[in-house]
Design a protein around this ligand. Structure first.
Ligand SMILES: [Zn+2]
Ligand SMILES: [Zn+2]
Length: 373
């Protein structure tokens, strides 16, 4: 069996046996077994799921990270190695990321005697619910690490294409819930109530002015109301309406500005209509900020080993890798996976041809990064 076939077999085995965030028990057992069989040292962290291994000797440590969790999606890709777990699917390609970093681990093991330090391999659980990175850091996975690297496959790019950027990359992802409390009334006697539906409608439109009229047009921002609920029949004006939505930004100043404007608009409308509007704000994943130097380093190496490289656009989604980069420098990169259907789609089907090259790339990246100051 060739190296590429080995990695593809592992990827398919992971793909057939996907597990949800925080429940990656069998996945963890498989990865542990594969790493141990290849002679890698497993670090004895008390993790419920996830694996951390190491290769090499010395003071300096470079980390490579893969994520291992799947999504609550019923697979419709039609591939022969489709999910055996009903309603669970590797629809984000974390099975591909895992096989890439497993491949890098094997290559680094072969070159162990020549490494100028240690490479730590993080197989992180629970990326999709943004809790895994924190758990690994708490366990000690970043101790003595001078830089960390990770990847996401990019269905919109052809295989052989590589993209990244210095600075902000993935977004701050926040959620808000707004509760409009007016006064219920007979639909035929609206003057006796404070119509929560009319107020909520004005609120949705007013929130759109944050992006169009408050934030600098050169800054990225999304304010979306994604759920609106109120009333239960045709002849009663409801007492209350609940709205929910999300805000995406790439700078903390803008994030704070948007949060402040939502509260001001809610308070202003409540006062104008004699109602009450409660605002609840939930901070989600933080902006992923690549280190300029390491992003350039990763890009140059990609070019040197034959990838077509390009600068990434800003990404409006969230990525748990951001949490590592809050603690230590490093770079997150995109590698083309040429899937007709996108990430989180039930028919997502990344091209496995990316796996071998990406494994070789990450092994060399870690090896070269160990030589940097
Ligand atoms: Zn995902
Ligand atoms: Zn993902």
């Amino acid at each position: 069996m060739t190296f590429a076939e080995q990695l593809i077999n592992w990827r398919r085995e992971l793909h057939q046996n996907p597990e949800l965030s925080g429940q990656e028990v069998a996945t963890t057992t498989r990865i542990r077994h594969w790493l141990e069989s290849a002679g890698l040292r497993l670090l004895p962290y008390p993790l419920a799921t996830g694996v951390v291994a190491e290769v090499g000797q010395g003071e300096k440590v470079i980390a490579l990270r893969a994520d291992i969790d799947a999504l609550p999606i019923q697979e419709t890709s039609g591939v022969a190695f489709s999910s055996h777990n009903d309603g669970v699917m590797h629809a984000c390609g974390h099975d591909v990321h895992s096989s890439v970093i497993l491949g890098a681990a094997l290559l680094l093991k072969e070159r162990e005697a020549h490494l100028s330090g240690r490479v730590r391999l993080l197989f992180q659980p629970a990326e999709e619910n943004f809790t895994g990175a924190k758990a690994l850091i708490k366990a000690g996975a970043l101790e003595n690490v001078s830089a960390i690297f990770g990847m996401h496959n990019e269905p919109g790019l052809p295989v052989g294409t590589f993209a990244t950027r210095g600075g902000a990359f993935y977004a701050n992802v926040d959620r808000f819930v707004l509760r409009v409390r007016g006064k219920g009334a007979h639909a035929a006697r609206p003057h006796e109530g404070k119509d929560a539906i009319v107020i909520a409608s004005q609120l949705v439109l007013a929130l759109q002015t944050i992006a169009s009229r408050n934030v600098d047009t050169l800054d990225s921002v999304i304010v979306s109301v994604t759920r609106i609920q109120g009333g239960n029949t045709w002849n009663v004006l409801p007492e209350s309406v609940e709205l929910e939505g999300t805000v995406r930004t790439h700078r903390n100043e803008i994030q704070q500005q948007v949060e402040k404007r939502i509260s001001e608009i809610a308070a202003g409308l409540a006062s104008a209509f004699g109602a009450h509007i409660e605002v609840e704000w939930f901070n989600g994943p933080i902006t992923l900020i690549n280190d300029d130097k390491w992003a350039a380093f990763a890009m140059q190496l990609a070019q040197r080993v034959g990838y077509r490289t390009q600068t990434s656009e800003l990404h409006m989604g969230g990525e748990d890798f951001a949490v590592y980069l809050q603690t230590i420098p490093g770079a997150f990169v995109s590698i083309g996976s040429a899937s007709e259907y996108g990430l989180h789609h039930s028919a997502f089907n990344p091209d496995e041809a990316l796996i071998e090259d990406a494994a070789r790339y990450f092994a060399t990246l870690a090896e070269q990064a160990l030589l940097e100051k």
